[in-house]
Ligand binder design. Structure first.
Ligand SMILES: Cc1cc2nc3c(=O)[nH]c(=O)nc-3n(C[C@H](O)[C@H](O)[C@H](O)COP(=O)(O)OP(=O)(O)OC[C@H]3O[C@@H](n4cnc5c(N)ncnc54)[C@H](O)[C@@H]3O)c2cc1C
Length: 508
């Protein structure tokens, strides 16, 4: 028997009977059917206009907050039997619509599976539930004299499972690699409801075919990550932040290139442009240093004597290229701010973040083109990013908007698509597909995309695990969104944004 839920006039996929079965598996407080509560789960970081509901049933029919993998497995078995979509959700800090439904169903909120289960000091690893945030893990390890090599700058909200599933890079990736380089083993619940422990059982180096890699960047479409065993490292004697000001991001890019060619291996390299600092000033947020222009922030890590030499080498590169070394208090402030990049959001009051990867050799040209795009689309935007290895720059520009201004907000979303196009032009690619960009998969991976589709159809033949994302964009009617339609729609939106009046204060 289907039934209507409180407050929304949609037919639910979850009958009273299924609801009762799910309560039997967990308990009533951890099952949400109230429309107000479910509404909070109908979007992730990107707030989407209500009119999107014409194409997508973004509101889940039911939300479960499970306590362990066994509960998830039982719920998935029911969902499979009844043909109900299941959407895993961590901190919802991604902006590509991955953690929300496209056709209702059950959202599994993993944030209460947040225990650090074991820190193994002898074998240098930690076992965590997937809903632990990276900040909680970082803090717990540092207290004990250890650290995780890398984490996203959204560490306060981003969960272990969310970062693994989006295949991200972050703070520390330059030196230690990303989550995939830390994964020793994963526990996952497959779309069949089977719980599987995959990866290396004893050591940290795998020799054979390691299935845990399949789940890195799968965006929750192949199963739900419930636990992870991750490598840890001894905490360093010192983390030394350094900051250098530059006249513009193009010069900064050439300096980054020189630094990546040097012997110095910083923990982290990131950059912020002047518009970011302008937004902070507009909000009355105090920033040390009155004349901060475009800023290169570096964190060195290791023994102090070695850091002295590394600092000297980097100073030389920066200062022979017109870099202005900043006082220690500014550098320390910038390091402490690494978690709060979107502090500027309030000036919007909404901020939308894009993310693309570019070869460092094309960084300067990309900078120029991003600014041209921002100007053309008359956006209030800032360009920020990081360097994830000697070859790759990650641009994370964001624009400020106001979700109450419906049309303006909707058409501005095309910036993310246009940014992805620029990335392809410069030999790079957008970070992730989510709901909006499965069409990029072919461009990014070529024929590899067909193999990804094959893997998905073998592992999830009924397409119930986070359907409509990543490999194939689907509407609520099960109709695939044709790539050309998505592209021309987005181009049209960008054009409309271009002919609208300027946003309050445009970055040029
Ligand atoms: C200010 C800011 C800074 C950011 N910095 C970075 C950064 O440095 N690096 C970076 O990579 N990203 C960054 N992001 C983007 C985002 O925060 C990351 O992608 C983050 O790792 C997402 O984690 P989450 O727990 O919020 O995942 P969610 O947004 O909840 O989910 C993301 C995707 O993963 C799936 N998923 C979530 N949990 C699981 C699970 N346990 N099993 C299977 N699938 C799952 C979801 O279905 C969804 O498709 C930033 C975002 C903001 C707002």
């Amino acid at each position: 028997m289907n039934r209507k839920m409180n407050g929304d006039c949609e037919m639910s996929k979850v009958t009273d009977e299924i609801h009762g079965q799910i309560i039997g598996i967990t308990d009533e407080e951890r099952v949400k059917i109230d429309a107000f509560e479910r509404r909070m789960y109908s979007h992730d970081l990107a707030s989407l206009p209500k009119m999107m509901e014409l194409g997508f049933k973004m509101m889940p029919d039911l939300v479960v907050i499970p306590k362990d993998a066994e509960e998830i497995a039982e719920i998935i078995k029911i969902a499979r039997k009844e043909g109900i979509p299941v959407v895993p959700r961590g901190g919802a800090s991604w902006g590509l619509g991955g953690a929300m439904p496209v056709d209702g169903g059950i959202v599994i909120d993993l944030t209460k599976m947040n225990k650090i289960l074991n820190i193994d000091k002898n074998n240098f690893n930690v076992t965590v539930e997937s809903g632990v945030t990276w900040k909680k893990l970082y803090d717990s390890l540092i207290k004990m004299g250890y650290m995780i090599g890398s984490y996203p700058s959204s560490a306060y909200a981003a969960t272990i499972g969310g970062w693994i599933s989006t295949g991200g890079v972050g703070v520390g990736t330059y030196k230690y690699g990303s989550a995939i380089d830390h994964m020793e083993s994963l526990e996952v619940v497959l779309p069949t409801g089977r719980i599987l422990e995959i990866g290396e059982s004893e050591t940290s180096t795998t020799g054979g075919q390691d299935l845990s890699r399949l789940f890195f960047g799968a965006e929750g479409t192949l199963g739900i990550v419930t636990k992870a065993r991750l490598k840890i490292h001894p905490a360093p004697e010192e983390i030394r932040p350094l900051s250098y000001g530059f006249d513009n991001l193009k010069v900064l890019s050439s300096v980054v290139k020189k630094m990546t060619l040097s012997d110095v291996m910083p923990l982290h390299i990131s950059f912020l442009d002047r518009f970011h600092f302008e937004f902070l000033r507009d909000l009355g947020i105090e920033i040390p240093g009155s004349e901060i222009n475009d800023m290169l922030n570096i964190a060195l890590e290791g023994d102090s004597a070695v850091l002295d030499l590394e600092e000297e080498a980097l100073d030389k590169i920066a200062m022979t290229n017109n870099g202005k070394k900043q006082e220690n208090d500014i550098a320390l402030h910038e390091w402490n701010e690494r978690f709060f990049e979107l502090r500027t959001k309030r000036a919007g009051p909404t901020a939308t973040l894009g993310e693309v990867f570019i070869p460092i050799s094309n960084m300067a040209e990309m900078v120029e083109d991003i600014y041209k795009l921002i100007k053309k689309m008359k956006l209030r935007a800032a360009v920020t990013g990081m360097i994830s290895d000697r070859n790759t720059a990650v641009f994370m520009p964001y624009y400020l908007s106001d979700e109450r201004k419906l049309i303006r907000n909707l058409v501005s979303l095309s910036f993310i698509k246009k940014l992805g196009d620029l990335a392809f032009t410069h030999g790079g690619r957008p970070a992730g597909q989510g709901l909006f960009f499965p069409g990029n998969l072919k461009k990014t991976y070529g024929p590899g995309r067909d193999t990804m589709m094959d893997i998905k159809s073998v592992m999830d033949p009924f397409d119930l695990m986070n359907p409509g994302k990543t490999t194939e964009g689907l509407t609520r009617f099960g109709i695939p969104i044709p790539t050309f339609a998505m592209n021309s729609g987005m181009n049209m939106m960008a054009w409309i944004k271009h002919i609208l009046t300027k946003d309050k204060k445009v970055s040029t």
